[in-house]
Design a protein around this ligand. Sequence first.
Ligand code: NAD
Length: 246
Amino acid sequence: MARLNGTVALVTGGARGIGAGVVRRLMEEGARVAIGDILEKEGEALAAELGDAARFVRLDVSDSSSWSQALDATRQAFGPVTLLVNNAGILTVRPLEETPEADIRRIYDVNLLGPFLGMQAVVPDMKEAGGGSIVNIASASGLIGMPMQAAYSSSKWGLRGLAKTAAVELGRYGIRVNSVHPGVIRSPLTAGLDEAMFEVYAVARIGEPADIGDAVVFLASDEASFVTGADLPVDGGFVLGPVPSA
Ligand code: NAD
């Protein structure tokens, strides 16, 4: 039985990487999915591959008017959004004192302001529909301190705080808000990393986009109807630290 029949999802940053993996898993469970991204070519190609239940919508998450247009396009194609997956995110790896102000601002705009604007845009429709689900793709860096990632890590901690506040504020409207915290996942963002480095953690491999997709399916489904404000690490034990050698 498909677990997300009748769900209309919008996945930000859905054109590639983790977002594309989430799009695929949601569709396998019966959802119709809008792929929101600034990457038009990749987004259009993925939507064409996935068929009528997928649609590319151009979306820059840091721009509130872009949200209005993307939600209008999704509404026209499939109806109002009942599942928002805030996945789009960017990263700079620099020492704290050398991170350019422009990078800090852009990271906060995409990783934190973006999901905030997205929630503001979808919540009225969800309230009117009597409920909905929001899943934020945060990071293991939103659960622990991460050297060289001060802007990114603080944006993800902020996203986590946003999710918890929204969960409390929106629960009475039937809207659940949860966070998934990926560890190291195979995607264009992590291309070039030495995978052997991650064999020291409990589940001795890096993750796949489908691992995150599975977590999103669970949190979006009725199986998680009593789950809100939760932090779900999907990291193979990364935040627990390396397995001590015998
Ligand atoms: P990615 O770079 O492969 O994909 C990110 C997607 O977001 C791209 O399609 C990009 O075009 C899109 N995007 C960027 N700015 C945007 C904007 N302003 N508006 C709309 N879309 C925009 O990265 P990924 O690895 O797939 O990461 C996805 C999410 O998972 C991010 O939030 C990232 O922080 C998080 N994450 C990834 C990892 C990992 O190991 N890959 C680990 C922890 C958290």
